[in-house]
Structure formats: C-alpha cells, structure tokens
Design a protein around this ligand. Structure first.
Ligand code: AHR
Length: 501
C-alpha cells in the first residue's frame, strides 16, 4: 500500500500553542497521595514530593497542569488545604466516594509545579460554591499583599503571589454526575458573573468556560451555544472533554475515533464562529480541550468503590488504567488531531498525569514507571512545538459506522520554531499492510533524518508494568530523504516519529 503526498513550508495550519501538551492532576485515587506526594518515599524531597515522579514529568516537558479537579473541584473547599497540616480537616469527597485528608493543597501543589517545571491552571468550584469563593481564591493566589486573603497566604509561608493566568470556571457543569450540575442557562449566568468579578481583579486572566463533557451529552451542542451566548465576550476558551474506549475489542473502529474528535472540534468551532457573528464581536475565543485520554480498562474494577460498597477509603487505586500497545496508536492519532486543529484548539490536557488514567504510574514505596502511552505524548510534547503543516497525503481509507473515510495512515507534521527541524508523527492503522511513504519535502531545503523512533511489532494487548516495560520505542530504520522526498516503509499497526534536520 502507498501513501504519497507533500509537506510545503508555505502551507501552515497555525502555530501550536505549547499548552497543547498540558496535563491534569486531580485529587482522585492515587494521583496526589502516593502519586506526586509520598513523604515516606525514598525519593521524597523536603516537601514530601516524589522526586522520581517529578523527574518523569520533567522528561515529558509538561507545560501546564490543571488542578485540583475534575469532578473533585465541584464540592471542594480550597481553604481546607491551607495552613498547618495538622489542623486541616478530613472531608468526604462526594465525587469519588473517598476521604480527602487535605495534606496537599494549593501551596504544596504550587511548589510541586515549580519543581516539575510546569505552570498551574486552576479550577474554581462552581458546583457547591460560586463567585464569592472564586474571588477569594483568586485574591489568595494572585494578590501581592495587604488584604485579608493575600496576607493569609503570606502567613502560610508564601510571600509572592503565584500569578496564575489560566482559570477554569467550574468543571463539566452539564453532567448529571457533577455536584451542583446546572442547566446551560444557570451555568451561563454564573460563569458570566464569575468571569466579570475575576476580570475586575485582573483583566488579563485567561478564563475557560465549560463546554460539553462528551459529544454524547443530550445537551450538546446547544449547551455551547447557550453558554457562549452569556459568556462570549468575558472568556477566552471553551473547554471540551472526551474519553476513548474499546470495550468491543474492535481495533479498526477504536482507532477511527479521532474522526469523532475532529467532528466535535469542528462543531464547537462552528458554534464559536456563529456566536462571534451574532454578537458582532471582534474577539476570538478558542478551545481548551482540558480532559482527554483513553479510559475504560479500569472501569469494572472501580465499581466497588464508586458505588459506595467499600466505605470512604483515602487515596484508593481508582481509574488505574493499564495501557496497552493499541492505546499507543490511539493516543498518537488523538494528538495528531489536536496538532491538525491547532488553529482552534490552543490548550489540551492529557487526563491525567500520575496513576489516574495516566502515562506515569507509581508503586507506593517503590518505583515510578512509564506506561505505553508515555511515548507518543513525550514525542509530541518535545518535538511538536512550532508550525503545524497542512499536509496532502493520498492513502487508501476504510469506513466505520461513524466515519466514511478513515485513512490508514494518520499523519501530522510540525516545523520547529526553535531549531527548524521538521517532525512527522505517523500512525499506521492497517492491521496487516506495510505502507510505503513517499512525501515531497522539497520546500524545506536540504534535509536528512536526524531521529527515527518506532513502536511496533507488539501484541495489541501488550502492557508495561513496574517490573518491566516491553512496549518502548526502538530506533527505526530504512527511512530517508532522497531528491527532496521522504521515503520509507511504515509497518502495520505502528507508531512512528521521524525528525528531519
Ligand atoms: O478525569 C477523570 C474525570 O473525568 C474528571 O474528574 C471529570 O472531569 C471527568 O468526568
């Protein structure tokens, strides 16, 4: 099978915002406790944070991390997580049917973010609380001093404000599972008023209003139209979430799901355009796709806790999906979609980062290890920053019940702004056929392959674990540039990252 086409330096989709490779840490399961924070761990730093986890997060070069939820935030009192640790209350977390010790709060997380070389993106509670809590938290986090909340922060050991720029106005407010779920009208109003108050403090904040929790919501996409009608001129982003599953064990259908993701982005981009026109607005807003991942492997195992049959455990092993080789291909296709839609998706957060549907896993008291999906995320984060190119690739396609044309080869390409390298991210979805790639790269001058990484040849169900990580990248061979054409063979069911210098 052949894939022919071209990459042209003049055909640019847009500049990839580095925050396209963001992630997410929620007070959920073992993401925080025994994930990022484990004071008794041999690698724990002075703040009780696991250095082995920090090292892996730094390796991923995660630009921004959303915190503290997720569903958790919708019944969270942020004040429970400040002040002397021994005075902090234990609370029931109604979202995940667990107990929250509050041993980690905003100070600890901010220190961790600095150590992990990432920025914070904070969410306010618009479920059980509202505008007043949001303005207090904002003052605590971003005001220099001389006021009640900012001086309390200083008393609690942090002199300088953190100056957090990006704020989420609640989480998944359309979802019946959300504490304090709202109708689009109710949410649009409270989000507008909260944004107004937050902007009265600092007009340069970047505010994210909740869009749909999935494209399967009965309220989608009317939700977006109503919420943006209230908030268009007050916010900068509308958030979308989507998770992917292969319960049916149908690989072809599973790997086609980024076609649904593309439709979702396209539809919400349309609602944004419509609302902008309706309001005669000069302003653009973008999508913050601040939760996405594969999530299904652990759902059966989690039922006992989530249905309340296991009491209210503290930091149980929840949502601990163990990813397989097939998920590498899926994550590669999803990230490629975000790169190709970087004109409208500026921020995206892999949900989540540690232990909970995560690329990084930990053993309490033991090692931290890389899941299979660590690698497509790693390569995109490191090498997918710059200009996304509008490729022309002619390759055979297949059909599924939800998409008529799913190309066997999924490709995205980015020309780096820092070193000019041209990186191709490629997934061959074909179950049996090698695809011979032949792409013109003439407009980019003299080029040669400077890196070629491949993940291929594994059983689709092969997984990594604490005792061994068989699903790892290897050096690719046989790909080169001849007479301005990138040529080589892409193995069936494979992930490939090729960098031209
Ligand atoms: O990431 C896990 C959960 O998925 C989040 O808490 C919630 O926002 C979403 O439903």
């Amino acid at each position: 099978m052949q894939a022919t086409g071209s990459a042209d330096s003049a055909h640019v989709i847009g500049t990839v915002d580095a925050r396209l490779y963001g992630s997410f840490v929620e007070h959920l399961g073992r993401a925080v406790y025994t994930g990022i924070y484990e004071p008794d761990h041999p690698t724990a730093n002075a703040n009780g944070m696991r250095q082995d986890v920090i090292d892996l997060v730094r390796e991923l070069e995660v630009p921004i991390v959303r915190y503290p939820g997720g569903n958790f935030v919708s019944a969270y009192n942020w004040e429970d997580g400040i002040g002397p640790r021994e005075d902090r209350p234990v609370r029931l977390d109604l979202a995940w049917h667990t107990a929250e010790s509050n041993q980690v709060g905003i100070h600890e997380f901010a220190d961790w973010a600095t150590a992990a070389n990432t920025e914070m993106m904070l969410a306010v509670n618009l479920g059980s609380r509202g505008l007043d809590e949001a303005r207090a938290l904002l003052e605590y986090v971003n005001h220099p001093g001389g006021t009640h909340w900012s001086d309390l922060r200083r008393t609690n050991g942090r002199e300088e404000p953190w100056n957090v720029k990006m704020w989420c106005l609640g989480n998944e407010m359309d979802g019946p599972w959300q504490i304090g779920q709202k109708t689009a009208e109710e949410y649009g109003r409270i989000a507008f008023e909260t944004a107004k108050a937050m902007r009265a403090f600092d007009n340069s904040l970047e505010l994210v209003v909740c869009g749909s929790s999935t494209p399967n919501m009965p309220t989608y996409p009317a939700w977006e139209a109503t919420v943006l009608d209230y908030t268009y001129d007050s916010v900068d982003y509308i958030s979308l979430h989507m998770y992917f599953e292969n319960h049916a064990g149908d690989t072809a259908r599973y790997l086609a799901q980024n076609a649904r993701l593309d439709d979702y982005i396209q539809t919400v981009a349309g609602v944004i355009t419509y609302t902008k026109a309706k309001k005669r607005s000069k302003k653009d807003i973008y999508i913050s796709f601040d939760e996405w991942n594969v999530w299904y492997h652990s759902k059966e195992a989690d039922k006992t806790i989530l249905e309340g049959h296991d009491g209210w455990p503290h930091a149980p092993a929840l949502l601990e999906d163990v990813y397989n080789f097939e998920d590498v291909l899926q994550v590669g296709c999803i990230i490629n979609t975000f790169i190709r839609r970087c004109d409208v998706v500026k921020v995206a957060c892999l949900a989540q980062l540690v232990n909970v549907i995560a690329p990084i896993m930990t053993v309490p008291g033991g090692p931290a290890w890389r899941q299979t999906t660590f690698y497509p995320y790693l390569y995109a984060s490191k090498f997918g920053r710059g200009k996304a190119l509008r490729l022309v690739v002619d390759v055979p396609a297949y059909a599924t019940d939800f998409a008529e044309t799913v190309p066997y080869l999924d490709v995205a390409a980015v020309e780096s702004d820092s070193d000019g390298a041209l990186t191709f991210f490629i997934v061959n979805r074909h179950p049996t056929e090698t695809i011979d790639l032949d792409l013109s790269v003439q407009g980019f001058g003299e080029r040669r392959v400077v890196a070629d990484k491949v993940i291929a040849g594994h059983d689709l169900r092969a997984v990594n674990g604490p005792d061994g990580q068989p699903v790892e990248p290897a050096d690719g061979t046989g790909v080169g540039v001849t007479d301005g054409r990138l040529q080589g063979s892409i193995a069936p069911l494979s992930y490939r990252m090729i960098r031209l210098g």
